[in-house]
Design a protein around this ligand. Structure first.
Ligand code: CA
Length: 338
């Protein structure tokens, strides 16, 4: 890792980030494999620019099985006319392209989870090369970064936006304005728990603003999540002054600001087995309340083991597959910010 510090990315592109107009092109990630000795992975990217002004980087497909943001970003690429823009919008709809192409959380090429690889490595395998390119080439071009996630194949969320509060007063105030502008039904502030391998950590390192989302999940496309994504991106563009404000968006309901304080907000499977949930997404629960039970189907005489909530709050995330291993996340909570 130390040897590649400061080395520029090997990824090139056929788009010009400084040219006015709309360009839809590719990042070229050199990928020499058996079936293609001199080949490259073609990662879609779009630049929509008109004159001077702020830059938004809108990413999705960081996790490949999270779809609402990918759809919103493809609509953005087709729908945004450069003449209605002041500044620049860079859209990376399938950030971890091999994962998004396969509809998987992680890359089938190197098993990389893009959002656990920042700051990446210019000499690494594709996932590490991509995170390195995003942190060293794309983020520095942007004032604001949007990283559109959903629950993926294993989780389902109430459509939410999220951000990390840093303790830096000015930055945190700007983050709250961005959450307001995105106007998801819920905006939650996450503790982050020291994680430094995510896009959020990368944006903090490069001094860029960032908010994320959790727009749905179940490895499908939620109608509401897709709508929240499209309106949210539009809200951010208006807030940044990249596009003009519209009445429709000004009349949107205000976001409910919540927080996920610590590890006690999460419930995990205590044993491997078949999980029977006792509560639904959106439920308000008490500390100590039973969350569900793990059944032992190959030992049906054995009593199920209960999982309990370790804090009070609202269930904003639930696990989808019925089969669980010890350590799988079953639910997580959020509480209103007082
Ligand atoms: Ca995700």
């Amino acid at each position: 890792m130390a040897k590649s510090k400061g080395q520029r990315s090997r990824i090139s592109t056929d788009v010009d980030f400084n040219a006015d107009g709309k360009q839809v092109g590719y990042l070229r990630l050199p990928h020499s494999v058996h079936r293609s000795a001199y080949g490259y992975l073609a990662i879609p990217i779009a630049v929509i620019k008109n004159g001077k002004g702020p830059t938004l980087l809108s990413m999705s497909g960081n996790h490949g099985d999270e779809y609402e943001g990918q759809i919103a970003n493809s609509k953005l690429i087709r729908g945004l006319d450069p003449k209605d823009v002041r500044g620049r919008v860079i859209v990376l709809p399938m950030a971890n392209f091999p994962a998004a192409h396969a509809g998987m959380r992680t890359s089938p090429i190197d098993q990389g989870n893009l959002n656990r690889t920042f700051p990446g490595d210019p000499n690494g395998t594709p996932t590490w090369m991509i995170s390195h390119y995003i942190e060293t080439e794309l983020m520095p071009l942007a004032d604001v970064v949007l990283d559109l996630h959903s629950g993926g194949s294993s989780l389902n969320y109430i459509p939410s936006a999220l951000a990390r509060i840093t303790g830096e007063k000015k930055r945190d105030a700007r983050t709250m304005e961005l959450l307001d502008a995105f106007a998801a039904p819920i905006s939650y502030l996450a503790a982050g728990m020291g994680e430094n391998r995510t896009s959020t950590a990368a944006a903090e390192r490069t001094g860029r603003m960032i908010i994320g989302t959790e727009l749905g999940g179940c490895g499908t496309v939620s109608i509401e999540g897709a709508r929240v994504a499209v309106n949210g991106v539009r809200g951010i563009l208006e807030h940044m002054g990249i596009v003009k404000e519209t009445d429709v968006l000004r009349k949107r309901a205000k976001t409910r600001v919540m927080e996920v304080k610590d590890a006690s907000y999460y419930v995990y499977a205590p044993q491997p087995g078949l999980f029977e949930p006792f509560v639904k997404l959106g439920a308000t629960v008490k500390k100590g309340q039973p969350a569900g039970a793990v059944h032992f189907m190959d030992d049906p005489g054995r009593q199920p083991v209960q999982a309990t909530f370790n804090a009070a709050g609202v269930v904003i995330c639930e696990r989808i597959p019925g089969k669980v291993e010890r350590g799988d996340c079953l639910f997580h909570l959020a509480t209103d910010v007082k």
